[in-house]
Design a protein around this ligand. Structure first.
Ligand SMILES: CC(=O)CC(=O)SCCNC(=O)CCNC(=O)[C@H](O)C(C)(C)COP(=O)(O)OP(=O)(O)OC[C@H]1O[C@@H](n2cnc3c(N)ncnc32)[C@H](O)[C@@H]1OP(=O)(O)O
Ligand SMILES: NC(=O)C1=CN([C@@H]2O[C@H](COP(=O)(O)OP(=O)(O)OC[C@H]3O[C@@H](n4cnc5c(N)ncnc54)[C@H](OP(=O)(O)O)[C@@H]3O)[C@@H](O)[C@H]2O)C=CC1
Length: 292
């Protein structure tokens, strides 16, 4: 069986940071790579703050935190990925961005390194075909926030080796996650179900059926969701939500997946949700205020 000891994470945003966080806590040496050393270093500072939250909440000890931080290194260039056993790509949900990253890193990786994508929706088989290692490529899809959410969806491409799949399974189990396996179709399981719900909430707003607050309250108190659909969309990132809807719409060729024009407008405005300070809510004040 292939053994994973060291991990590289590409993309130091909310998901890459979360993946690096849980991998370091589980004992893996982790290199965190982004377009600049500055962004990778910023990502590690965010992880330190989230580890601190877990110490404050008695979820981990101060020595667990220190040990995890000692295992995390910001990468100064792709060379830092040359010795890792597993790379998890968690960059922006755009196929061309991911393809460019794979072209850039594949020549540097060990020939037997496993390459995984945390994509929310894009075909694993298609991404794999743009690499030098379709047999050693798969989807390892974490949920946000990674340190809190229990699920990891595993997705094999048409060519994924059994040994690679088993090693990835063992890795995710060592992180304490519960696994589901999805076939490689647009949005896999979670986003095939979740994202049309969020998109429908946006249509419900767009058509004037309810306000942002009334729709969020309805779904929290009426369906027991921990966050309303607008809070959740802002949390995920509206650019990511739109990209996922576009993958569902293109890949399944059914008009029921058409992205709501209001979602498109928010993304075009750069109102991408919490990470941008504004989305369906404005986060720049003391408390979030609905933007319509
Ligand atoms: C788009 C995709 O491809 C797939 C996806 O991920 S879809 C999105 C899936 N995620 C969801 O649906 C999240 C839904 N929301 C929730 O479950 C909850 O609102 C939440 C867990 C995010 C926050 O819960 P909350 O009770 O409102 O907030 P809060 O009290 O601040 O946090 C709960 C706990 O999580 C911890 N936490 C939250 N974010 C954290 C982070 N990034 N790192 C570490 N710990 C974190 C907090 O420290 C807190 O721990 P304690 O209970 O020990 O204090
Ligand atoms: N948000 C969510 O709830 C979830 C997202 N995902 C998936 O995880 C992936 C990342 O999402 P998320 O973390 O939310 O997005 P973010 O926007 O928070 O982070 C993406 C990161 O990737 C970086 N990046 C962009 N291009 C490159 C590149 N060429 N090389 C290295 N890094 C790059 C971005 O840098 P810069 O800011 O400079 O562009 C940014 O730091 C996506 O595929 C998404 O679909 C999966 C599960 C849940």
């Amino acid at each position: 069986m292939v053994e994973i000891r060291t991990v590289g994470v590409v993309g130091a945003g909310q998901m890459g940071g979360g993946i690096a966080h849980v991998a370091a806590l589980a004992g893996y040496e982790v290199a965190l790579y982004d377009v600049s050393l500055e962004l990778a270093t910023k990502g590690i500072a965010k992880i330190a703050a989230n580890l601190e939250r877990q110490v404050a909440g008695d979820k981990i000890s101060a020595s667990d935190r220190d040990a995890a931080l000692a295992r995390l290194k910001p990468a100064d260039g792709v060379g830092a990925l040359a010795s890792v056993d597993l790379v998890i790509e968690a960059a922006t949900e755009k196929e061309e961005v991911k393809r460019r990253i794979f072209q850039q890193i594949c020549p540097i990786l060990k020939p037997d390194a496993i390459l995984a994508s945390n994509t929310s929706s894009i075909s694993i088989t298609r991404l794999a075909s743009g690499t030098d290692r379709p047999e050693r490529f798969l989807g390892i899809h974490f949920m946000n926030p990674v340190p809190v959410m229990k699920l990891v969806e595993l997705v094999r491409g048409i060519a994924t080796d059994d040994a690679v799949f088993e090693a990835s399974k063992a890795f995710a189990l060592r992180l304490g996650k519960t696994l589901t396996v999805s076939e490689d179709f647009p949005g896999f399981i979670v986003n095939r179900v979740l994202m049309p719900m969020i998109n429908e909430a946006i249509y419900t707003l767009h058509e004037g059926v309810g306000t942002i607050e009334s729709i969020d309250t309805s779904m929290k108190l009426g369906a027991n969701h921990p966050m309303g659909p607008f809070q959740l969309a802002d949390f995920i990132g509206l650019d990511t939500c739109l990209s996922i809807m576009q993958v569902l719409h293109d890949g399944l060729a059914d008009s029921k997946y058409r992205p709501c024009p209001l979602l498109v407008k928010y993304v075009e405005a750069g109102w991408l949700g919490r990470k941008a300070g504004r989305g369906f809510y404005d986060y720049r004040g003391e408390t979030p205020v609905p933007t319509r």
